[in-house]
Design a binder for this molecule. Structure first.
Ligand code: SF4
Ligand code: SF4
Length: 245
């Protein structure tokens, strides 16, 4: 079974689906969106970042065997940790009273969590057995067999549509949207619970958002707009800075 590295676990999230949620971020993505707000999650491998603005030029880097650990300014950070399946279920289960009180649960996201269908379906099953509602946040660019695997244990798909125009989609994300739209249609026909999410990206999809909304309305699919935020910029710069070392 292909096991993902996890680059973040956010507890008490209110932006990753209904209610209070724990969001688990899987490393690796097969899109390359130029605006990506989680650039540390694009590669399936561990990445190190150097936040130059925090560096106090102490020189420890030059001599320490483990500069990330010993950096006194916490200017260096590694993204990507290994977790066992049971360990993750336990972490997620810790906030169950909050999920129960607010209609929340766990959201698997990334990167692209659907790149790990076997691991994800086992993990989702474990959460379901613990009485926790499961949401899967995906860009949808995977074979439908992967969806078939996780569908029985998923209460809600948060399904991103970035552009309907295929050429524009390729320009912004590096891939065609054919499989993404096909999978959405197949999920809809399977009566999956879907919330389409439309990220608003300046200088990219301003002319597309109304089209996507109409597309959803025509198919009775609920949707929401996601506001743009530039939070990925400092992380992108920090990863590039570390690559220069
Ligand atoms: S990154 Fe950290 S350890 Fe390295 S020189 Fe800067 S402050 Fe010192
Ligand atoms: S699909 Fe999401 S995680 Fe992947 S590159 Fe695009 S914005 Fe980043």
């Amino acid at each position: 079974m292909k096991t993902p590295l996890i680059f973040d676990i956010k507890r008490s999230s209110t932006v990753d689906g209904p209610g209070i949620r724990t969001a688990v971020f899987f490393k690796g993505c097969n899109l390359d969106c130029f605006w990506c707000h989680n650039p540390e999650g694009k590669s399936p491998l561990r990445v190190t970042a150097l936040f130059k603005e925090k560096c106090i030029c102490c020189g420890v880097c030059a001599t320490a065997e483990d500069p990330v650990r010993y950096c006194p300014a916490q200017a260096r950070r590694i993204y990507g940790n290994e977790y066992g399946m049971d360990e993750l279920v336990e972490i997620i289960r810790a906030d169950k009273p909050y999920y129960d009180a607010t209609g929340g649960g766990v959201t698997f996201t990334g990167g692209e969590c659907m790149l790990y269908p076997e691991f994800l379906s086992e993990l989702a099953k474990g959460c379901r057995e613990a009485g926790i509602s499961v949401a899967v946040d995906t860009a949808g660019n995977v074979p439908f067999e992967s969806f078939e695997r996780v569908l029985p244990y998923t209460d809600l798909f948060l399904y991103d549509i970035k552009a309907l125009d295929s050429a524009l989609h390729r320009k912004g994300t590096g891939v065609d949207n054919g499989m993404i739209l096909e999978n959405l249609e197949k999920l809809r026909k399977r009566d999956a619970n879907i919330l389409v999410r439309i990220p608003s990206i300046p200088d990219f999809n301003e002319d597309e958002t109304d089209k996507i909304k109409r597309y959803c309305q025509d198919r009775s699919l609920p949707y929401e707009l996601l506001p743009y935020h530039a939070s990925g910029e400092s992380k992108r710069r920090a990863i590039e800075e570390n690559e220069k070392l």
